[in-house]
Ligand binder design. Structure first.
Ligand SMILES: Nc1nc2c(ncn2[C@@H]2O[C@H](COP(=O)(O)OP(=O)(O)O)[C@@H](O)[C@H]2O)c(=O)[nH]1
Ligand SMILES: [Mg+2]
Length: 454
């Protein structure tokens, strides 16, 4: 991909809409716009930051659409290049014709994310901000959108930059010591360098700690509904979703596979999973379902455990509960409308809710309880959070930083050369987060997540 050619793409989603946009960016944009657009002025003679009203014209001179032509002059455009946006009527046939026209006039079809990639290459934004563009477009909830916007505004980049600059300074200080003869150096040089590395390490840990929240916002918190057969798991699953997604019957063992759906609760996206009831069974299909239920519960952010209170409290429920972490579990004694006189919940550490999913009593409390368990996420102020890619690079930097710190604090001066080496590696990893350093594979990896036209 060269940055001197001119790219074009439909920037609005497929389907019908009031307006549809074709975006063209690159050095040939004025030649192309003059050729295909007829208004009172030529686009090439029009000031940036303004627009023309006119017609998009086919090669044979016939009119394709009435349109606006928005003029952006480098560097004041999204890509940093000369750009026009043609706003036509938002129908797929019309927009494809306009795009075709741009391609025939000398543009090339843009690759996914290529406009944003050019914005990055032209210094309009760093890589973390570019990623935020995709996150904002993909955001499934209010909070995810806020976090992405914060990142787009540079909140996260600032933290990465501070970490990078701090380490860069320390690395330079360490390299300076290499030029000195041993007894020329003041005594406190290495203890001070150790302290600075400690500070950087803290900053790195703080950034790493935002990963969990980032994961929850991007992928959704995993909420697994568990319990013995017939407790009402599928009934709860359907009630949370507001539709009859899972089959509910009075036959124990109805749900065998894991069923997953998504839902937004208090601004946090959730992935809720309905699972097979836990019991001893001869049925191979059900056994596999139960095995999967256990696997999912082990990795869940929240386990919702249902108990059938129309029967006396069972030792089996007690056993299953003992394996759950109370901080991450919502326990529900369901079927209170049929409550057995001898039912008595007796597992310390849990505060069960009482519900009748048949009558709806207590059902609202379940949502609040799930929300509350995810509380750290849903109540905290929204701030920029790191992604999987950032985390992998931070982990690399972390390992190098620990090495550097150990060399300095354990060996002092004799360790300086090796510490400087480790810091260079740490900086290399950190530099790839914001794109101070990049290679093609890294860019391909980042921009492949984008849609065409962004
Ligand atoms: N009486 C009563 N029946 C319920 C309640 N919740 C669910 N059920 C019934 O219990 C049976 C089993 O429910 P289901 O959701 O399939 O349980 P699962 O096996 O845990 O998924 C169905 O007949 C439901 O209608 C409740 O609160 N009260
Ligand atoms: Mg079920």
């Amino acid at each position: 991909m060269s940055t001197t050619d001119t790219i074009a793409a439909i920037a609005t989603p497929p389907g019908q809409g009031g307006v549809g946009i074709v975006r063209v960016s690159g050095s040939k944009v004025w030649k192309i716009a003059d050729e295909i657009f007829q208004g009172l002025e030529k686009p090439s003679a029009t000031k940036g930051g303004t627009f023309l009203h006119g017609k998009v014209i086919a090669a044979d001179g016939s009119e394709i659409d009435e349109a606006l032509c928005l003029i952006f002059r480098a560097p004041k455009s999204y890509t940093g290049e000369d750009t026009v946006e043609l706003q036509g009527h938002g129908g797929p046939v019309v927009l494809k014709k306009i795009l075709r026209r741009c391609l025939d006039a000398g543009a090339r079809m843009a690759e996914p994310g290529e406009f944003t990639k050019r914005a990055f290459l032209n210094g309009k934004m760093d890589l973390v901000q570019a990623e935020a563009v995709a996150d904002l477009i993909h955001a499934q909830s209010d909070r995810a959108a806020k976090a992405a916007f914060e990142q787009l505004e540079g909140g996260l980049s600032k933290q990465f930059n501070a970490l990078y600059d701090g380490l860069m300074e320390t690395a330079a200080d360490i390299e300076t010591t290499l030029d000195f003869v041993e007894d020329e150096l003041p005594n406190d040089v290495f203890p001070n360098l150790g302290k600075k590395l400690d500070q950087s390490f803290q900053g790195l840990e703080t950034l790493l700690s935002t990963w969990d929240e980032g994961r929850l916002l991007r992928e959704g918190a995993r909420v697994v509904i568990m319990g013995r057969p017939n407790a009402g798991k599928s009934t709860l699953f359907n009630a949370l979703l507001g539709n009859e997604r899972a089959i509910v019957t009075e036959i124990a063992g109805t749900t065998r596979d894991v069923i997953e759906e998504t839902l937004v609760l208090d601004g946090v996206p959730l992935r809720i999973l309905d699972t097979a009831g836990l019991r001893e069974t001869e049925c191979l299909i059900e056994q596999e379902g139960i095995r999967r239920a256990r696997v999912h519960s082990a990795t869940a952010d929240i386990a919702v455990y249902l108990i059938d209170s129309s029967q006396p409290f069972s030792a089996e429920d007690e056993e299953h509960l003992a394996k759950l972490n109370p901080a991450k579990a919502v326990v529900i004694c369901n079927k209170t409308d049929l409550r057995h006189p001898d039912f008595q919940f007796q597992v310390p550490g849990f505060q069960p809710l009482e519900t009748s999913l048949r009558t709806g009593a207590g059902a609202v409390a379940i949502r609040s309880a799930i929300s509350e368990k995810l509380g750290a996420v849903s109540n905290a102020p929204v701030h920029a959070v790191i992604s999987e890619r950032h985390r992998n690079l931070l982990e690399l930097a972390r390992v190098e930083l620990i090495q550097a710190r150990n060399r300095i604090s354990e060996e002092g001066e004799p360790g300086a050369a090796s510490a400087a080496e480790h810091l260079r590696s740490a900086l290399e990893a950190l530099g790839q987060v914001t794109g101070r350093m990049y290679h093609n594979e890294l860019l391909d990896n980042v921009f492949s997540r984008f849609c065409i036209g962004k």
